[in-house]
Design a protein around this ligand. Structure first.
Ligand SMILES: *Cc1c(COP(=O)(O)O)cnc(C)c1O
Length: 241
């Protein structure tokens, strides 16, 4: 009897799982785009890798993923370092403390979650120190509940103006999370108007970041350009975030 392989091919099994999840999400995106009469080529999939290890990020990259999202600097900074050679674009999607601005300016390509003037100042200063321009979205609170992050809609124009006024920040658009327990289609309906508001201050802005595993179809229907999808691709997370 010949000896069996000493190590099960776990990496291969995980790769198959992730490939399957990616296929399913790409199919959902294509279906939603077709239903909305939109070109699926307008959609950027940001795979949310929070709580998942660098080895999953590497598998995602090997499967053609170009954009990954993280929501905590403490986790994202070392993960980025481990994965720097993969050439991915890194998106910061979580509530951001001003004292983390310096760290994230070192590795983040697009900050989705700019929600207050003090953070605008911190990010601008951090980007200036690095002699770079940092792409930003303003995060809108669709229900006005500050615990979930985001600027209340009445305060969004002033925040957009502040981002646009900073020479080290580039305002690219708007981001939102659907409030819990509401119909995402109704919640997201305001997003095209919010992008128009942003464009009054930054005419080149063209990003709407909305849609997660549960509600990506509603986001595509509502004009989203960037979808932030985690568990539908990587499986349920162990910790709730
Ligand atoms: C975790 C997270 C996501 C992804 O959520 P899933 O339900 O796993 O797809 C998207 N956006 C934000 C802001 C998140 O924190």
């Amino acid at each position: 009897m010949t000896a069996r392989a000493p190590v099960p091919d776990d990496a291969g099994a995980r790769r198959d799982q992730i490939a399957h999840g990616l296929d399913q999400v790409h199919e959902r995106m294509a279906g939603a785009a077709a239903a909305a009469g939109r070109d699926p080529g307008e959609l950027t999939l940001v795979v949310v890798t929070k709580t998942y290890p660098p080895s999953d990020v590497a598998l995602l990259a090997s499967l053609g993923v170009q954009d990954v999202g993280e929501n905590r600097d403490q986790e994202a900074a070392p993960k980025h370092e481990a994965c720097a050679a993969l050439g991915l674009r890194w998106h910061f999607i979580g509530q951001l403390q001003s004292n983390k601005a310096r760290s994230i300016a070192g590795y983040v390509d697009l900050v989705h979650s700019v929600d207050r003037p003090s953070l605008v100042r911190a990010l601008a200063a951090a980007a200036a120190r690095r002699d770079r321009v940092l792409d930003c979205l303003v995060q809108a609170s669709l229900d006005g509940d500050p615990r979930r992050g985001g600027v209340p809609i009445p305060d969004l124009p002033a925040l957009a103006e502040a981002v646009a006024a900073s020479e080290h920040l580039q305002l690219r658009g708007v981001m939102a999370v659907a409030p819990q327990g509401t119909d995402p289609l109704r919640a997201f309906a305001v997003l095209p108007d919010l992008l128009e508001t942003v464009r009054e201050h930054a005419p080149q802005a063209n990003v709407i970041s909305a849609g997660m595993s549960e509600d990506l179809e509603a986001a595509v229907t509502s004009g989203a350009t960037h979808l932030r999808v985690g568990s539908a691709i990587l499986g349920p997370r162990r910790t709730l975030r």
